[in-house]
Design a protein around this ligand. Structure first.
Ligand SMILES: Nc1ncnc2c1ncn2[C@@H]1O[C@H](COP(=O)(O)OP(=O)(O)OP(=O)(O)O)[C@@H](O)[C@H]1O
Ligand SMILES: [Mg+2]
Length: 243
């Protein structure tokens, strides 16, 4: 197993406020990890710290064995860290097609067509909505566009913040299936999800955060069946259903 990402006693937050505290974790290449925690626990803050868009107070972040904690976000992106933030559409006044073309800007032009083709194959919705103004799509559809914009650049680590929020159950299933397919190509995924059950079912590992600190870590199956986790995140006594 190769370690893709290592968080070494990371403390991160905003201004003078550390939110994530002394958080350590290791993600093996090609695995999917769910990051669980209550509202305000610091999940989004941790993803931002890995991408480099908030303040790192202390600790180290190793990506493919190299320290990246001092690099600006665009340099982390260039090295293969892809971040899809929670529900935001970058260019709402542009069509879906124009958005995807914009997303290719760091790729050599000879690769644009193939990259966009991969995304419209992965998400046929984007082909159907090619001429639609991105801002006029539903929140969930915009979320899929944002994911495609990041995937265009073929990241080897994908940080996903609530990718299924606002999606119909069927589209949530599509997103989870897509994440699995992406991971099967060797991409490492760290996912924060409001659909905890769905996320755990596709995950290899789970990390649980409470008030910014690591509370639990282990195989997703074990975390899913832990009584404390069932109580806090899975509505207590719910019957398990197979994936
Ligand atoms: N830009 C910001 N500036 C200052 N404080 C922030 C900022 N973003 C988040 N916080 C604070 O950091 C804490 C953790 O927020 P964060 O968004 O990381 O939680 P979360 O676990 O992602 O929660 P949720 O499940 O609601 O998305 C909260 O107390 C929040 O108020
Ligand atoms: Mg959040």
């Amino acid at each position: 197993m190769t370690t893709a990402l290592e968080l070494d006693v990371v403390t991160a937050g905003y201004g003078d406020n550390p939110i994530v505290r002394e958080f350590s974790a290791r993600l093996e290449a090609g695995t999917i990890t769910t990051l669980l925690g209550g509202n305000g626990a610091g999940k989004s803050t941790l993803l931002r710290a890995i991408y480099g868009t908030n303040r790192l107070f202390s600790g180290r972040i190793l990506f493919k064995g190299e320290a990246i904690e001092r690099l600006p976000p665009w340099e982390r992106l260039r090295r293969g860290v892809g971040f899809v933030p929670q529900g935001r559409c970058n260019f709402p006044a542009m069509s879906v097609g124009e958005n995807l073309k914009m997303g290719c800007y760091t790729l050599p032009s000879s690769k644009h067509e193939a990259a966009i083709g991969r995304m419209t194959d992965l998400f046929p919705l984007l082909r159907e909505k090619w001429r639609t103004e991105a801002g006029n799509m539903s929140g969930g559809e915009q979320q899929i566009l944002e994911m495609a914009m990041v995937l265009l650049l073929e990241p080897s680590l994908l940080l996903l913040d609530e990718p299924s929020l606002g999606l119909s159950p069927r589209m949530q299933g599509d997103v989870f299936a897509t994440v699995q397919r992406i991971a099967a190509t060797g991409v490492t995924v760290l996912i924060v999800e409001q659909n905890v059950r769905g996320a755990l079912l596709i995950s290899d590992r789970a990390l649980v955060m409470e008030q910014g600190r690591r509370f639990m870590e282990g195989p997703a199956d074990e975390v899913r069946t832990d009584p404390r986790i069932r109580q806090a995140y899975l509505g207590g006594n719910i019957k398990e259903t197979a994936a």
